[in-house]
Write a protein that binds this ligand. Structure first.
Ligand code: MD3
Ligand code: FE
Length: 207
């Protein structure tokens, strides 16, 4: 019998179909409202200025941005200069249920993948608090997700993230290398024009 790759990564909790279709639709509506106030922007790599294939926005008190000067969290949108919109209650409730011991999330990064977009293997270490987990929600087309260990060269495992799936990355998984290899076209009807949205809820500052 084969073991499930998700089951042997310490600190990774996988909750397939956490959000049912109706909940996915209302969450999507709320994310659309956020993106109307805080339009998707195209981040670029520090130093090189090479654009990401993923477009981004944020909600909550802080948002993650990447530009020529570096990666950081900041309280305002890089283009409009306005504060990020509030985090929808559904996301605050999700955090409360899955990370009850952690202080409130400060940032929700919204990643938008068109078919063909990808995210290279990386660690999430721009936060000043690694005790709190990262909570991830997937909406729309299925993605092939890759997760490894604490070193870039550690072996990796792949699995698929589908619309409505939630992953909690705590403990040892919090600083694991991870990335998105590809978006599988036409695997969901949630987004009219296809593509995938990923939301990551994060605590940035120590309490
Ligand atoms: C594993 N996002 O925004 S979410 C990111 O699907 C990011 O858009 C991916 O990696 C996406 O930084 C993956 C799942 C995820 C999020 C954070 C993690 C996996 C993680 C942190 C540590 C280990
Ligand atoms: Fe990440």
């Amino acid at each position: 019998m084969q073991t499930n790759p998700k089951d042997d990564i310490q600190g990774l909790i996988y909750r397939p179909e956490y959000f049912q279709r109706d909940a996915q639709k209302s969450l999507l509506e709320q994310i659309r409202a956020v993106v109307e106030q805080a339009p998707l922007f195209q981040p670029v790599m520090p130093k090189t200025g090479k654009p990401f294939s993923v477009k981004m926005s944020n909600c909550g008190p802080l948002g993650w941005v990447s530009d020529i000067d570096g990666y950081r969290y900041q309280p305002t949108h890089p283009v409009t200069r306005l504060p990020w919109p509030d985090m929808p209650d559904m996301l605050l409730d999700l955090w409360q249920e899955l990370a009850p011991a952690a202080p409130a999330p400060e940032a929700c990064l919204i990643n938008f993948y068109e078919p063909g977009a990808r995210m290279g293997l990386h660690q999430d270490r721009d936060e000043r608090n690694f005790d709190a987990p990262v909570v991830s929600v997937s909406l729309g087309d299925t993605a092939t997700f890759r997760v490894g260990g604490l070193k870039r060269k550690d072996p990796t495992k792949s699995f698929r993230l589908q619309s409505g799936d939630v992953v909690v990355l705590g403990g040892e998984a919090r600083l694991a290398f991870h990335g998105i290899d590809r978006i599988l076209k036409d695997t969901s009807t949630l987004l009219k024009n296809g593509g995938r949205i990923n939301l990551t809820l994060r605590r940035v500052n120590p309490v």
